[in-house]
Design a protein around this ligand. Structure first.
Ligand SMILES: C[S@@+](CC[C@H](N)C(=O)[O-])C[C@H]1O[C@@H](n2cnc3c(N)ncnc32)[C@H](O)[C@@H]1O
Length: 377
């Protein structure tokens, strides 16, 4: 039976996640703000969790309906087939959000949804008591302009948590955004990549994982691994296939540098954990001193934004210096994410493309300066 699935995304990354879903062979793909919907089966839940690099979480969509009263919310929630997913011993919690809707009290909506599901499960399992000792199910009630969507979280912690970045420094970039930045660029595994503000190494590591075809979820656990409906066998098989799919013969040329020695030490550790340390050369170096290694390379970076007190002048200088460095070799392409609105003026060039992205709560632009394609070998 086909299951309706939702991959949630950061605003601005819907098209990237859609492309990933297409590449994974999912069906009936549709995008909306902050999500990509598709249909699939239990195997696809496993595949989506293991392989989607840029999505937030993967959800089973239980249903969607209009509700403006608590009675409507209760009745329509109860009408859905919760017993198809939640077993008698299932432990479930309800989380919620409401935007521009008549039913605006999220705690009340959560309580009503929980009650409706319990009533439904009582009928299904012919019992009045659930001891909730089994697998966990997190259900989200999302209400947008009076349209309620009910979904069960198959992922658990967000998919950006790959497992290689145990310790993060200040202002780390989400792994999912770093991967999207790489996927939105002209970089391919046979081109040089440089990140001169690499911090804990997220952009270089995500690029190397892409190049080696390392599934981003290989080193972590997912909520639905414990679900009876999916079963451990599917997970085991998909993991084994993902290990088989890694291409260790590919060793891209990637460079990461940062002014902070602690960041570089951490980046090295993270790259090792991710299985890509032999692809990346890390170095402690101020960005003003970088030289471009080779021709037709791609610089992708997440520099400081100048938002901290006292940092602005210094950051402006860094952006000017980066502009001068990149001007010295027009074969390079440059991709920078920043919230600074006059970045192009400091960098000294109008971007070929700009894409609005949210880095956490910070509204940023992803500036794209595209150099020429390398000549054919
Ligand atoms: C926003 S953070 C980058 C975070 C990184 N993308 C990650 O995921 O960990 C900016 C980085 O720029 C570094 N930095 C600040 N000034 C620098 C400079 N002049 N040259 C090189 N790196 C600098 C900081 O140490 C910090 O690691």
């Amino acid at each position: 039976m086909s299951i309706q699935l939702i991959a949630s995304t950061t605003f601005g990354l819907e098209s990237v996640v859609k492309r990933e879903c297409q590449a994974l062979g999912f069906q009936d793909i549709k995008t909306a703000d902050g999500k990509v919907e598709f249909t699939g089966d239990e195997k696809d839940i496993v595949k989506a969790n293991l392989w989607l690099r840029c999505a937030g979480r993967v959800w089973v969509k239980m249903g969607s309906f209009t509700a403006v009263t608590f009675t409507e919310l209760f009745d329509r929630t109860k009408a859905l087939p919760w017993g198809e997913w939640i077993p008698e011993d299932g432990k479930f919690t309800v989380v919620g959000k409401s935007v521009k809707s008549t039913l605006f009290s999220v705690p009340d909506c959560q309580a009503i949804v929980k009650k409706a599901i319990v009533e439904k499960l009582k009928e299904k399992y012919q019992t009045d008591w659930f001891d909730e000792t089994g697998a966990s199910y997190t259900i989200q009630v999302g209400i947008l302009k009076d349209v309620v969507t009910l979904a069960i979280d198959t992922s658990g912690s967000g998919l950006h948590m790959r497992g290689y970045r145990a310790n993060a420094l200040d202002a780390p970039l989400k792994e999912s955004i770093a991967s999207a930045m790489v996927q939105l660029s002209y970089w391919r595994k046979d081109r040089i990549l440089l990140d001169p503000f690499c911090g804990s190494g997220t952009i270089p590591i995500e690029a190397a994982m892409l190049a080696r075809n390392i599934a981003p979820g290989l080193q972590r656990k997912f909520a639905s691994e414990e679900w009876g409906r999916i079963g451990k066998e599917l997970w085991k098989k998909a993991r084994a296939e993902a290990y088989q799919a890694i291409d260790y013969d590919v060793t891209p040329e990637i460079y990461g540098s940062d002014i902070d020695p602690a960041a570089i030490a951490l980046a090295k550790e993270n790259a090792e954990k991710a299985g890509v340390d032999d692809c990346i050369t890390f170095e402690v170096k101020p960005s003003q001193e970088i030289t471009l290694p080779g021709k037709y390379g791609v610089l992708i970076t997440n520099p400081p934004y100048g938002e901290r007190i006292g940092e602005l002048k210094e950051v402006e200088e860094m952006y000017r210096a980066l502009g001068a460095t990149m001007k010295s070799d027009r074969t390079w392409s440059t991709y920078v994410i920043t919230s600074m609105e006059y970045f192009e003026t400091l960098f000294g060039r109008q971007a070929d493309k700009k894409r609005k992205l949210f880095n956490g709560r910070i509204k940023t632009d992803y500036y794209q300066f595209e150099g020429p394609r390398p000549p054919r070998a």
